[in-house]
Design a protein around this ligand. Structure first.
Ligand code: PMV
Length: 325
């Protein structure tokens, strides 16, 4: 093996059209295609070092050795990389996020994208962006979207190889900003893997999935033509229908806190008054407020006035990248 150790950095992403539920749980083939924006500066940096002398994989996240479910998930993912590279060596994995844990930024997307890129490089694999994206998907669905740059679409695909994400526009295409209103830092009770598994128990999921391609088409068009008001309507509608599925699944999942709903209502009011801002919410209580870059300071100020203690702001981010040692 030529190269045994590699480091990669990858951004988190925010879904404008959501992924919720799988057609194939094991392969994480999604029920519907989704579209997201990478979040510049909100990153995971991961080093993978394959070592012939190691008896088992060692996984550190944020400097702490992992022993439980987090370690298992990383080991399973390393297993996919080893199978692909036809190697058996165990690895040391060291992964760090530069954004606060529990701030409502999905770390699994950036974490599995960085792990995939660093792992593939360290294992000596030379994979295309599509292959890396499909491989990242096996770790966490949304990680497929953190491999390419900027505004990214993840097509459903019929097979493992076909279910990958690709860039629809580069980061500098549109100076949009995600102002994350941090409403709560409490750890969520049901993670997204558990949520995807029960999405089909909601009678609304079939309607959501059937109508998702039309929302995706509208959203892609709005992004490509930089039409903020069209983007706002479709992004909010898509977030609402996903949360309607969550709330009506068995068991029901309520991710919102009272302040979540306050922010949602005010964002719509501000937009009606002419401020360009809209919301979208993932599997947690924090509200991602999307707005043009020049509107961000005003959005941040108004969120603080509503009682939001902390905001995080990100512009469109680039592709996952390997760092030179
Ligand atoms: O990739 P996962 O399994 O963490 O699922 C992500 C689910 C949402 O964040 C709620 C939606 C999305 O498309 O990112």
């Amino acid at each position: 093996m030529s190269n045994r150790k590699a480091t990669a950095v990858s951004c988190a992403n925010i879904a404008l059209i959501k992924y919720w539920g799988n057609r194939d749980e094991r392969l994480r083939l999604p029920a519907n295609a989704s579209l997201s924006m990478n979040l510049a500066g909100l990153e995971t940096r991961t080093t993978v070092a394959f070592d012939e002398g190691l008896a088992e994989d060692e996984v550190k996240i944020g400097g702490e050795a992992q022993t439980d479910r987090a370690k298992e998930r990383v080991m399973t993912h390393l297993g996919h990389i080893r199978a692909r590279a036809r190697i058996t060596w165990k690895a040391r994995v060291d992964s760090r996020n530069n954004f606060p844990a529990g701030a409502g930024i999905a770390s699994s997307a950036s974490a599995f994208a960085a792990l995939t890129l660093a792992g593939a490089k360290a294992a000596g694999l030379s994979l295309s962006e599509q292959e890396l994206s499909a491989l990242a998907r096996l770790g966490s669905g949304s990680a497929a979207r953190s491999i390419p740059a900027g505004f990214v679409e993840w097509q459903t695909g019929e097979t493992h190889a076909e279910s990958f994400a690709f860039s629809v526009a580069p980061p500098d295409h549109w100076a949009l900003v995600d102002v994350v209103a941090v409403v709560s830092k409490a750890h969520k009770a049901v993670g997204s893997t558990g949520g995807h598994a029960i999405a089909g128990t909601s009678p609304l999921q079939a309607a959501r999935v059937a109508s998702a391609p039309e929302r995706l088409r509208r959203c892609r068009e709005a992004v490509l033509s930089r039409n903020f008001y069209e983007l706002a309507e479709v992004v909010e509608a898509d977030s609402n229908i996903m949360h309607a599925v969550m709330m009506t699944s068995t068991p029901p999942l309520y991710y919102w806190e009272p302040l979540t709903l306050v922010v949602m209502k005010f964002v719509r009011e501000w937009r009606a008054e002419g401020l360009r801002v809209c919301f979208t919410i993932d599997a947690g209580p924090n509200v991602h407020c999307l707005c043009p870059v020049e509107t961000a300071p005003e959005v941040e100020r108004r969120l603080r006035d509503l009682g939001v203690m902390e905001t995080l702001t990100a512009t469109p981010g680039g592709a996952a990248r390997v760092m030179e040692e």
